[in-house]
Structures are given as C-alpha cells and as structure tokens.
Design a binder for this molecule. Structure first.
Ligand code: COI
Length: 356
C-alpha cells in the first residue's frame, strides 16, 4: 500500500532543547495514520502531528481495546539513523492485537511506515548517547457503539518524540503483596493499555511509602516475581543472572531478550525460570544478591537502588558497582550508536524499507 504524505508547513524543531528533553512530552512534526474499516486497512498517510476528532461512543474509550508498542530510533556515530530490532515490534503488536481481538496490522506496512516517518523526521533524533527518538505505534477501536463486542473499526497511529532517559536515576521498588498485574490466562503478555492503567493505583500507594515503582508478584500465591510497572526485571545472584520466564503473565520484552542474548554470548551464566521472592531475600541475607536491574525500551537498563518485600529492605549497590547492568547498558547503547559491533544484526538503517 502506498503511503500518502502531507508535510508540515513549518517545522517545530526549533522549540526543542535537545540537552534537556522530558520523556514523552515533546512530539515530532509528523505522524503515520491508517484506518481499518470493512475488513481492510485503508488510507495509509503521514500527516502533520495534530489533534483528531473522536466520537464519544468510540469503543476504545469504553472497553479498552487499545494496544501499543514502544521502540527507539538512534543515530550511529556516522550520523546514520537506525532502528533496533524493528521487526520484533511488528510481530509483538500483532500478538497483542490477537489477544485483544483486534485485526493484525500488516508487518510490511508497519515497517514501511516507520522507515518513511523517521526518514522524514530524522532531524528530531537526539544525538546524545542515552537519548533517542521514541516511537509510539498504537491501535485502538473506533466503532461508534456501546455494546460489548469487538469493534469493526480501528485506527493505527505512529507518532514519535525525542526523549532522554526514562529513569535518569536509580529507582526503588516495593514488591506488592496485595494488588496483582496479571493472572494466567489474562492479558499480561499483551501490551494492552489496561495492563498499565491497573498499575497506577498500586504505584501511587508505593510512592506514598517512598518507593518509585511496584514490583509485581504472581497473582495466585504472591510467591514468584513477575515484572516491574514499566519493565522486565533481572537479578544477579550467586554468580548467575536470573530473570522470570515468560509464562504468559509478563511482557515478552525485546530489551529483555536482547540482554539475555548479549549475556549468553559474553559467557555469563543466565537463567530464565520462575524466581521466588524469598530466594531473592535469602540471597540478600547471605550477601549473594549483587545487582537488580530493570529492562525496557524506554528505560533500556534501569538500576534498582532498593527493593522492599514485607519487612525486608534490600539496599543495592551504586550504579558504578553494577558490573552486569553496566555491561548490558553500554553494549545496547553502543550497538545503537554503532560504537559496539552489531554481532546479532539488530540494527536496521532507516530508509532501508523504502528501497524495496
Ligand atoms: C517501553 O519501555 O517502551 C514501554 O512501553 C513502557 C512504557 C509504559 C513507558
């Protein structure tokens, strides 16, 4: 499908201070939009970033048929704009669409749209290491109906924003023993809006106790670690790097997968398996809990300064002492800026799909 293009009359890029960008509040000039109606995706277009009208009965506003992705474009040291594993996001958004009973978005159109959009707005990619152009592909139901059924109309959008680090400082976590994020058979693996909506009250209650974020435990026994409000989670215990396995309740993080690949390749002992919270506490008490870090597209690698579970507060080392977190963070950021070899072929130069 051809993508029709309408360019802005005047770029807003002069308004951006690239040395001082808040996460997710500044938006680039253009966005990609495509609508689904009568069983087909139609009218793919790149238009100026702007408000659009929405019907009050629009189904996504009522029953939560809304899914999203988060991805990043960076510039290599040679100035070349790059994506990191874009095809994985095309696959994952369609897995989320399946779970939320929404139509798949064609993978080739997803990739073509990203390439064309970021090619046009490449001046918005911040040059600073650790900063990036964050891409937010998302899909939501637009049928004007308030009966509970899958919508027959959808809108798919990609907009982009220049961002600095999501967590500029180490964060503290509270393991929640009351609220849950996802049970087996639920929507935990989908990147669905409601999963994040449900995390807000527990996160606010954690903030009131002085913690930055929630760490989720399983919904049945509050025994196994799942993930953090905005990220997957890793523990360095007893010489091994351990992360909860993807069991249908946690997000299949693309950064998580990249970290596992990088660590295995570098010879680390890595385990993906159910992780009991008491095992983490015991490792801490024995002096064997070396690091905890979170991973996600927005966060990349986030240092955890402290974790509380019931009465135990586990104080973690300063970032400079977190060898594993620093290694994976530098490797991912290095691959993204082409200062570290891209052994795994994760980098895709922006514009490649345009040549097809
Ligand atoms: C991302 O890491 O890109 C995410 O989607 C998390 C988001 C809720 C900030």
């Amino acid at each position: 499908m051809e993508i029709r293009v309408q360019k802005v009359a005047q770029s807003r890029i002069g308004e951006i201070d690239f040395d001082n960008i808040p996460f997710g509040r500044k938006f680039s000039d253009h966005m990609f939009v495509c609508d689904y109606e009568d069983g087909a995706w139609k009218d793919a277009r790149i238009v100026p970033f702007d408000y659009f009208p929405i019907h009050p009965a629009s189904m996504s506003l009522h029953y939560g048929q809304t899914i999203f992705e988060g991805m990043k474009a960076t510039k290599g040291k040679d100035g070349q704009p790059l994506f990191f594993r874009p095809e994985q996001h095309a696959i994952r958004i369609n897995a989320s669409a399946y779970r939320m009973c929404m139509p798949a978005f064609p993978e080739d159109l997803f990739l073509k749209a990203l390439h064309q959009l970021v090619d046009m707005d490449q001046a918005w990619i911040p040059p600073q290491e650790g900063s990036a152009l964050y891409l937010r592909p998302y899909m939501f139901a637009t049928d004007e109906f308030i009966g509970v059924k899958p919508s027959s109309k959808y809108r798919f959008i990609v907009f982009t924003c220049p961002v600095g680090p999501y967590y500029p400082k180490p964060i503290s976590l509270l393991a929640d023993t009351h609220y849950i994020r996802a049970a087996h058979g639920g929507t935990g693996e989908a990147k669905a809006g409601g999963n994040y909506g449900g995390s807000l009250l527990p996160a606010r209650l954690a903030n009131e106790q002085g913690y930055d974020q929630i760490m989720w435990l399983d919904a049945k026994e509050f025994k196994y670690v799942q993930e953090v409000g905005t990220m997957n989670i890793f523990f360095v215990m007893n010489g091994k790097v351990v992360t909860p396995s993807t069991d249908g309740t946690i997000l299949r993080g693309i950064t998580r997968d990249s970290i596992l690949t990088i660590l295995k390749d570098a010879g680390y002992e890595v385990e993906e398996r159910p992780v009991e919270i008491t095992e983490v506490v015991e490792a801490y008490q024995k002096g064997e809990l070396d690091e905890i870090f979170g991973s996600g597209t927005a966060a990349v690698v986030a240092y955890i300064s402290k974790l509380k579970y019931l009465d135990t507060v586990m104080e973690m080392p300063e970032p400079s002492a977190c060898k594993v977190a620093n290694f994976v963070k530098q490797t991912i950021n290095g691959i993204r800026s082409k200062t570290v070899e891209d052994k795994f072929n994760w980098i895709v130069p922006v514009g490649n799909a345009l040549a097809r």
